[in-house]
Design a protein around this ligand. Structure first.
Ligand SMILES: O=C(O)[C@H](O)[C@@H](O)[C@H](O)[C@H](O)COP(=O)(O)O
Length: 225
């Protein structure tokens, strides 16, 4: 279940290739494709490889986010900034970006479903996106039949402890594929515990059979480079 890569760059290469195929499939079959990008340290090197995929028609690709910190788009903590700097450059500069903050109208997110690919990282507390342990609303956000697609997450929970917005489990599962990128021994153990049934947010995507999930792991605790 967990795909192991010797180095972070091998992981980034494989993730970029898989994501590019998912987007190319969407473009070929439906004439458009939507990628859910994510924050954290793992995705940057994946974005840098993905953005130069030969032959991908980025003008017909929409990119949005799994979660966002409630800060200005140019702030260093903004996931939008990471995506603009590391993904939406070179050929991928032609993609259309839908930010999550300020929160889009629900109809805008609804209109992107189903996504072609969702990228996620995972915290050592087992969080994915900003579905954070300690949030009193977490059970509702992890309800696959929940009403909301994008929810507010209070400050004080994540690192950095900013207020956030996040896609819900229902939104994350409305995808043709999920790619979970994890780095370092500690996180491998967290994923293994979730696979063994421990009640962690990440378990909600690992313990389901609706959407194919690839879990890509490399030993480097700093993530791919
Ligand atoms: O905005 C965020 O912080 C992320 O979306 C978050 O869910 C992240 O993916 C994990 O914390 C893993 O981060 P790493 O990639 O650094 O392991």
């Amino acid at each position: 279940m967990i795909e192991t890569f010797a180095t972070g760059s091998a992981l980034a290469e494989a993730a970029a290739y898989g994501l590019a195929r998912a987007l190319a499939d969407g473009l070929k079959t439906r004439g458009r494709a939507c990628l859910v990008a994510t924050g954290g340290r793992s995705p940057g090197p994946v974005y840098e490889r993905l953005r130069v995929t030969p032959g991908l028609d980025w003008a017909r690709v929409v990119v949005t986010l799994s979660d966002e910190r409630c800060v200005a788009a140019e702030a260093p903590e903004a996931n939008a900034r990471l995506v603009r700097e590391r993904l939406l450059a070179e050929a991928a500069a032609k993609a259309h970006f839908v930010p999550l903050w300020p929160k889009p109208e629900p109809a805008v997110v609804e209109g992107l479903l189903p996504f072609d690919a969702v990228m996620l990282g995972m915290g050592e507390d087992g969080h994915i996106a900003s579905l954070l342990p300690g949030d009193p609303a977490l059970p509702r956000h992890l309800d696959p039949a929940g009403a909301a697609l994008v929810v507010d997450v209070p400050p004080g929970l994540g690192a950095p402890p900013l207020a956030r917005v996040s896609l819900t489990l229902r939104a994350l599962l409305a995808s043709r594929a999920i790619f979970l990128l994890i780095a370092g021994e500690a996180k491998r153990e967290v994923a293994a515990r979730a696979l063994a049934g421990e009640d962690l947010p990440v378990r909600a995507i690992l313990d389901q059979s609706e959407v194919p999930v690839r879990v890509l792991w490399s030993p480097s605790p700093k993530g791919p480079s």
